[in-house]
Ligand binder design. Sequence first.
Ligand code: GUN
Length: 313
Amino acid sequence: MAARIIDGKAIAADVRAEVAAGVAAFVADGSPPPGLAVVLVGEDPASHVYVANKVRQTESVGMSSQQYILDAATTERELLDLVARLNADNRVHGILVQFPLPSHIDTARVVSAINPGKDVDGFNPLNVGRTATGMKGALTPCTPLGVMRLIHSVHDNVAGLGALVVGASNVVGRPMARLLLQEQCTVSVAHVLTTDLERRCREADILVVATGVPGLIRGQFIKPGATVIDVGITRIKSSSGTERLVGDVAFDEAIEVAGAITPVPGGVGPMTIACLLANTLSAARSSIGESDEDAHGQGTLPAMSGSVTAMQA
Ligand code: GUN
């Protein structure tokens, strides 16, 4: 039987509706709307598209947005000065500096300079540590947060399941593994030097792939009935010149074996910005001493443990 297709577009729309309701309640309680500042340095065309989408969706849920498009020649000092101004601006609850940054700028230095309470990307070392240890108040990277929500559309409880994350980046693979471990999955991480990838994939009840290598995961890699989440998204040109987006999983093969699978596009992609909005609302609530749980008895992302307690074992 063909796998169930996990509809990331619909689930992202649910998240945006929850955020919009949370924003309305936040404003009704007398606070100014949550504000997100997005900073882009340089001319990378894909980054310009992402930033325009972030601004549009921020405004669509009733938040305010500020956009800073800086010249590729912007110095690290100038960027750090802008971050310092945004850190001090009480209309700004979330700050996102779009990657990749030009090579003359030290990305780690910029990420470390963002106020951890406004770090809606969850990349500041304090938030990385909080996410890794399951501390309350962590701002968690948006794509892994979105993937957890997709997984929970299939599994109420993932404790004890075997999960393999293919890809070990700081943006997706590593935080993904930490979130799955936090929910008591038995987690492995594979990367470019992993031997026998096929056998390891076939052991996984939950397979999350984030490598950027189109079609890396073939149908025979997949355990029958497994949940497969494809984070990869690569634009390829056919011989006729038309372009299309493809994932890291050979979808037509995988759908015959998996129990549930995300498509590309329309799977993980829409979740990232939706979770950015959720993080911005969480940051705004924290800035007035509220937690997501305080806000009308539920978190913005109730289907997952946003502030999970540390595991006992
Ligand atoms: N570039 C690609 N993905 C991301 C992301 O999640 N955050 C930021 N800041 N830049 C990105």
